[in-house]
Ligand binder design. Structure first.
Ligand code: GRF
Length: 228
């Protein structure tokens, strides 16, 4: 539901949580969500739309295979950033999701979208925030930096999106060991398999079932349990 202050709230009244998933690449996190809905580890949820900024993203093939409506909106196709932001926001508003999931999405969101969908946008980040996050920490870079620093444990974080880079309320985190001989590629794969594909579906299920609330910028458990 669109409130007077321009923010979107969850007004499902028992209906399913409608997800719009934003992707840029392979879409393995999108696949984890699709699989979670199919095997019922995610309940009360449907994917209504997939949006990619990259026409060649394999995530678009995954969406097509499942019959999920998908579209590509690339900054390259617009005159300037503002025109892209407008088109992106319009496409999202038209789809009318309850929750926007950034699943490996490499585009900075328009501020208007963040304000309009306060605590209705989540992101998966491949480290234990606040380590190895913020500007410039995306993709393999995150794992390169973790190995460079010599940490023994890394992991992934699902968080709500606010105006900062990786600064929003943390929903779930999962630790993953760094092993002898790890390369950034090997570590990335382990973090995806052991953490990202586990906690992203779990966070969506918690949101779909009302287990999460945000108070004073922190995610807390509701009486239905969550965030632990
Ligand atoms: C994941 O490592 C995610 O954390 C990062 O980009 C990767 C996306 O992978 N930001 P995929 O497109 O979901 O396969």
């Amino acid at each position: 539901m669109l409130k007077e202050d321009g923010t979107v709230t969850d007004s499902r009244e028992g209906g399913r949580l409608r997800l719009l998933v934003c992707v840029s690449g392979g879409g393995t996190n999108l696949q984890a969500i699709i699989d979670g809905i199919k095997n019922k580890t995610i309940t009360n949820t449907e994917i209504i739309s997939v949006v990619s900024n990259n026409r060649k993203a394999y995530a678009l093939v995954r969406a097509a295979e499942e019959g999920i409506p998908a579209l590509c909106i690339s900054p390259k196709d617009y005159e300037d950033r503002e025109a892209f932001n407008r088109a992106f926001l319009e496409a999202v508003q038209q789809a009318g999701p309850d929750l926007i999931v950034l699943a490996g999405f490499l585009v900075v969101l328009p501020e208007e979208m963040i304000a309009g969908y306060r605590n209705r946008i989540i992101n998966i980040h491949p480290s234990l925030i606040p380590s190895f996050c913020g500007k410039g920490y995306y993709g393999l870079k995150v794992h390169e930096k973790a190995l460079e620093r010599g940490v023994k444990v890394t992991g992934a974080t699902v968080h709500f999106v606010d105006e900062g880079t990786d600064t929003g309320p943390i929903i779930l985190q999962k630790a993953v060991s760094v092993e002898k001989g790890d390369t950034p590629e090997i570590l990335q794969k382990r973090v995806m398999e052991q953490a990202e594909w586990v906690i992203l579906p779990k966070a969506i299920d918690m949101i779909a079932n009302g287990k999460i609330a945000v108070e004073d910028g922190r995610c807390i458990e509701t009486d239905k349990g969550g965030c632990s």
